[in-house]
Ligand binder design. Structure first.
Ligand code: UDP
Ligand code: MG
Length: 141
């Protein structure tokens, strides 16, 4: 297995519901090391830039509105197969289709308000980590 880095966002619904500690704890207990962490409120331009691959999708405007409605917590996670591991812990995009004991099954309200983001591949993880963190902000050990 390869050691990877991935980006997670605890979305505005999860932060507003005071789930920051619970969700970070789940990720840590699953073996994902938190090597970068910050809380911020996305501007519309930042949300549009982060989700630019979805700009043609019908849900894009609503997604940007949701992602900017309140603060988020962003973190860089490191570990064996961290990208796939995080996606597994998150569960399917639509909580109705998410497996039991996944974060989205347990905490998401809808396919849009689904509590957590996770990078989906090595290339997107690199883009998404660089979107929020400089190299100097990520702990080396
Ligand atoms: N989303 C939505 N409606 C949809 C699909 C996605 O509102 O039909 C939102 C949802 O918040 C999702 C995000 O857009 O997490 C990005 O979509 P993607 O397909 O990349 O899902 P993810 O990678 O987050 O599981
Ligand atoms: Mg995605």
């Amino acid at each position: 297995m390869a050691i990877e880095r991935t980006l997670t966002i605890l979305k505005p619904d999860a932060v507003a519901a005071a789930l920051t500690g619970t969700l970070l704890s789940r990720l840590e207990k699953a073996g994902l090391k938190i090597i970068g962490l910050k809380r911020l409120r996305l501007t519309p331009a930042q949300a549009e830039g982060f989700y630019h691959v979805h700009r043609q999708r019908p849900f894009f405007a609503s997604l940007v509105k949701f992602m900017t409605e309140g603060p988020v917590v962003v973190a860089v996670l490191e570990g064996d197969s961290a990208i796939a591991r995080l996606r597994e812990l998150m569960g399917a995009t639509d909580p109705a289709k998410a497996a039991a004991s996944t974060i989205r099954k347990d905490f998401a309200a809808s396919i849009e308000r689904n509590a957590i983001h996770g990078s989906d591949a090595v290339e997107t993880a690199r883009f998404e980590i660089g979107f929020f963190f400089s190299g100097a902000e990520l702990s080396q050990e």
